[in-house]
Design a protein around this ligand. Structure first.
Ligand code: 13P
Length: 342
């Protein structure tokens, strides 16, 4: 493992004023997204959508440090024959790859999930490196109990997921690939923000134990956590400041300063909430790690609607706006007024 090189890539992924575009929806998930605009999901329509995003300027050069791809996209070529991964690297961003094979039912734990994909991962990582990927992503999914049921998540579910994340991370580093380590505590449900804090703290403590036990070098990872936020159906929603304060408090308690950067998932927050929360943290705190975005929905929902399967100019305009807003939020310089200029 060349830790210096891993650290360099990790720092590039969280470069000042930039963040990550998570465009790694599986074929099933992208179909659901396309259904919202009445577009049939085919290899070509998925290519057209992603090519349009990766060619967007100035967004790609100025605000996007890396793009997470799905297996199909890493192998795909643009309409003019240029590999899509090359469009990304030509824009100065790092191509990355989702390598987990999805969250499946966890045996003996009804309602809970375990992420699969470790078998054969070493060989897949070596191939992805050859194809140009320099970082990877693995998402662990932590479900939350409903109606005050705090038996979910079970410690069993969190522990096995964090163990798997560390196994994945160790394999990535061996292959010269920076692992994005993503333990996602879901926003779905009616749980309080305090409950989110408690579960996220437990998961992060466990995660860093496992990373240490399995020899993962923290200088060569990026953490992709959820923010500390109430469940979508919780009647009591916290203010932007409370989300920012509790998220920083939780991360400060759990994440060693050797980690170069933290790039949040948006997890179902509205576009503007995801931006405002990130901005509030960066505006109010001086933190040991770069704090930025690795958004899927919060970067792509608006462009997808504007593109509507055909209008590249409108799609790129919307993507430029969201990328710029989040780039500004990553350095605490976003304002609601700038938001309205879109
Ligand atoms: P969202 O920002 O839509 O949550 O997606 C980010 C991601 O990569 C989830 O794994």
């Amino acid at each position: 493992m060349d830790l210096e090189q891993l650290n360099e890539i990790a720092n590039q992924m969280v470069a000042h004023g930039k963040g990550i575009l998570a465009a790694d929806e599986s074929t099933g998930t992208i179909k659901k997204r396309f259904d919202t605009i009445g577009l049939t999901s085919t290899e070509d329509s998925r290519r057209d959508w992603r090519e349009m995003l990766f060619r967007t300027q100035p967004a790609m050069n100025e605000y996007i440090s890396g793009v997470i791809l799905y297996d199909e996209t890493l192998r795909q070529k643009a309409a003019d024959g240029t590999p899509l991964a090359k469009l990304i690297s030509d824009a100065g961003a790092v191509p990355g790859i989702k390598v987990d094979l999805g969250a499946k039912d966890l045996a003996g734990a009804p309602g809970e999930k375990i992420t699969e994909g470790l078998d054969g991962l070493r060989d897949r990582l070596n191939e992805y490196y050859e194809l140009g990927a320099r970082f990877a992503k693995w998402r662990a999914v932590i479900e939350m109990g409903r109606d005050g049921d705090d038996s979910i998540p079970s410690p069993y579910c969190v522990d096995v997921n964090m163990h798997a994340l560390a196994r994945y991370a160790a394999l990535c580093q061996e292959a010269g690939i920076v692992p994005i380590v993503e333990p996602e505590v879901l926003m779905d449900g009616d749980h309080t923000i305090e409950r989110c804090y408690e579960v996220t703290e437990y998961a992060l403590k466990k995660l860093f134990d496992e990373l240490y036990a399995q020899g993962v070098q923290l200088e060569g990872i990026i953490l992709k956590p959820n923010m500390i936020i109430a469940g979508k159906k919780c009647p009591e929603q916290a203010s932007v400041e409370d989300v920012a304060d509790l998220t920083v408090q939780c991360l400060s308690n759990c994440v060693p300063s050797a980690v170069p950067g933290i790039a949040f998932l948006s997890g179902g927050q509205s576009d503007e909430e995801a931006t405002a929360h990130l901005n509030a943290m960066n505006a109010a705190y001086d933190l040991p790690w770069a704090l930025t975005f690795s958004y899927g929905r919060a970067l792509q929902a608006a462009p997808l609607k504007a593109w509507n399967g055909k209008d590249a100019e409108a799609g790129q305009k919307a993507f430029n706006h969201r990328a710029r807003m989040n780039g500004l939020a990553s350095i605490g310089e976003w304002t609601p007024e700038l938001e309205q200029q879109g």
